[in-house]
Design a protein around this ligand. Structure first.
Ligand SMILES: *Cc1c(COP(=O)(O)O)cnc(C)c1O
Length: 364
């Protein structure tokens, strides 16, 4: 078999080897089912056990209160950008507040504008999205339908380590690139959603964690596939869900529980990995320049520049030749980005930090 590289892709991204191995072992026959998980009914008892286990794993990992549902919906995080406003902004007679710390928050806001009145509660664009706001910088409307923020801006590498305090206004969060990277207090959120393909599994579903209180506010007559209440009442099985993706999500979350030992442990590992790279950047005398302000730099997406675009291109190419893959920054911002999600092992990050030091001493 061809060798697996250390994969720093931003998404779809690295998956934990034990989850892939278990899927491979049961690829042809899911035990008890007589066929592959892809070949059985989404209403079979074997698949129902898988989707229920996946939900239960989220509950265990994030300590999700009983008055929240865990849904697996299609359309990725991008569909949540419009689904949430269609359920809670459209015809509400209220505005929605958006906190903009990078590219994805802007995309979310753009969709919301199609169906309602949107306010910018804070915007980091003039500073080139290098940080998150302090609480007293937020211009929040106490009468807003909700406040939306992006806990980790995947492209810029800017992360919130504490949620904005929105008082009694429901807090909505796009946590696509940092969900399950550390413990959070789910009770602070009205909706927390994430495309699976960064930290949770393969592409194909968005995980949506939503409170019963929000579900009770869903208006009548929304299109069935865009109606959170309909999806919750049908336990994410209103139509045929992406069964293989959900199976993989179950295996990835099982790995987090059984092999990593939960999110406190995962967080400690993630901080250790991020520190290895930021230490090289900080100690490089300016050869590597981190994008974000130190107190908001992401522990999932480490974004940095080199002294020239030529050196950046050489860095990415040489790293690739050394089994360190997908370090190119997003096309909209350039530079380099190492996505070090849960599944990227410490040894992979160590190999990258060693490579960064060696590259600098050859080119610095
Ligand atoms: C990747 C990403 C998205 C888009 O997710 P899709 O599942 O492709 O729609 C949205 N928000 C954030 C923060 C992301 O990282």
């Amino acid at each position: 078999m061809a060798e697996r590289v250390y994969n720093f892709a931003a998404g779809p991204a690295a998956l934990p080897l034990p989850a892939l191995e278990e899927a491979r072992e049961h690829f042809l026959v899911l035990p008890g089912a007589g066929a592959s998980v892809m070949e059985i009914s989404h209403r079979s008892k074997e698949f129902l056990a898988i989707i229920e286990q996946a939900q239960q794993n989220f509950r265990t990992l994030l300590n999700i209160p009983d008055n929240y549902r865990v849904l697996f919906l299609q359309g990725g995080a991008s569909l949540q950008f419009i689904m949430a406003p269609m359920n809670f902004l459209q015809n509400s007679g209220k505005p929605a507040d958006y906190v903009l710390t990078g590219s994805w928050g802007n995309k979310a806001m753009k969709e919301a504008k199609r169906v309602g009145n949107v306010r910018v509660a804070w915007e980091g664009k003039a500073e080139k999205y290098v940080r998150v706001p302090k609480q007293d910088e937020l211009d929040l409307d106490p009468g807003a339908a909700y406040v939306h923020f992006t806990s980790n801006e995947t492209i810029e590498g800017v992360e919130f380590f504490e949620e904005p305090d929105t008082g009694s206004v429901p807090l909505f969060c796009d946590a696509s690139s940092d969900i399950l990277s550390r413990p959070i207090d789910v009770s602070k959120y009205g909706i927390l959603y994430a495309g699976a393909q960064k930290n949770v599994g393969p592409s194909g579903v968005a995980v949506v964690i939503i409170s019963d209180e929000m579900l009770a506010r869903v208006p009548e007559n929304l299109p069935a596939m865009l109606d959170y209440k309909n999806m919750a009442e049908n336990a994410s099985l209103y139509n045929t869900p992406p069964t293989f993706t959900i199976y993989m999500v179950m295996l990835v979350t099982k790995w987090l529980i059984e092999e990593i030992g939960g999110l406190d442990k995962m967080y400690a590992i993630n901080k250790e990995k991020a520190k290895m790279l930021y230490d090289v950047i900080d100690g490089s005398g300016g050869f590597y320049k981190g994008h974000s302000q130190v107190d908001c730099r992401s522990i999932m997406n480490v974004t940095f520049r080199l002294p020239s675009e030529e050196l950046e291109a050489a860095f990415i190419k040489e790293a690739g030749a050394n089994g360190l893959a997908s370090l190119k920054g997003h096309r909209s911002v350039g530079g380099c980005r190492a996505s070090i999600y849960n599944a990227v092992p410490v040894e992979g990050v160590k190999a990258l930090s060693d490579f960064m030091k060696a590259f600098m001493s050859r080119n610095g």
